[in-house]
Design a protein around this ligand. Sequence first.
Ligand SMILES: C[S@@+](CC[C@H](N)C(=O)[O-])C[C@H]1O[C@@H](n2cnc3c(N)ncnc32)[C@H](O)[C@@H]1O
Length: 211
Amino acid sequence: MDADSIRAAYRRYARFYDPVFGNLLASGRHAAVRWINRRGGLRVLEVGVGTGISLSDYRKDNQVVGIDLSTEMLRVAQERVDRERLENVEGLLEMDAGKLAFADGSFDLVVAMYVMTVVPDPQGTMLELERVCKPGGDILIVNHFAADKPGIRRSVENWMAPFSKKLGWRPDFTLDTLMSGSRLKVEELQTVPPFGLFSLLHCRRQADALA
Ligand SMILES: C[S@@+](CC[C@H](N)C(=O)[O-])C[C@H]1O[C@@H](n2cnc3c(N)ncnc32)[C@H](O)[C@@H]1O
């Protein structure tokens, strides 16, 4: 999907995103934020922050910046920040994850939940996530990755692939596709519910990967 189709899709989803996808995708979000919350004093970038459904869950001593392409999703996120007085949310900005307007090494940790199969250029976006993360910093991705072995699940994913544009995500997207061209070190990959369909991927920017 290109940026305009993404904006159009999420303009439609914004008001019912939380009731429909809130609980369904909660396990992956909780796993990622639990991981982040093991430490405080971090400056975190949440890429594709959407309606800001995770913002209340961050430790209050972690500063969070959220970016998203969709004005309407960000509007819901800003309402949440105001309603819940989330003072550790430093800002919510309309921005393309593939062209981040931040200096190199601006964040201790970068997280993208259910975003990498939606962005038009996943590999280019990974390079941007790496660029804005400090050397030695962490990148967390929650995503669906296609099965790496042939079988029923892989067949279903291949069958669904031609409908990617209508679905708004790519069922046949693999971890290798995401990581091709990236210098990030994969530290851990764990499966998260529902049905083992999603994964929490932890990568680290190499400490000597200076810009
Ligand atoms: C499936 S939603 C996930 C929202 C949220 N992260 C969550 O956990 O529910 C995908 C989000 O990514 C955003 N998005 C898609 N492509 C983007 C891009 N290139 N740059 C920034 N945000 C993008 C969409 O607007 C949408 O809010």
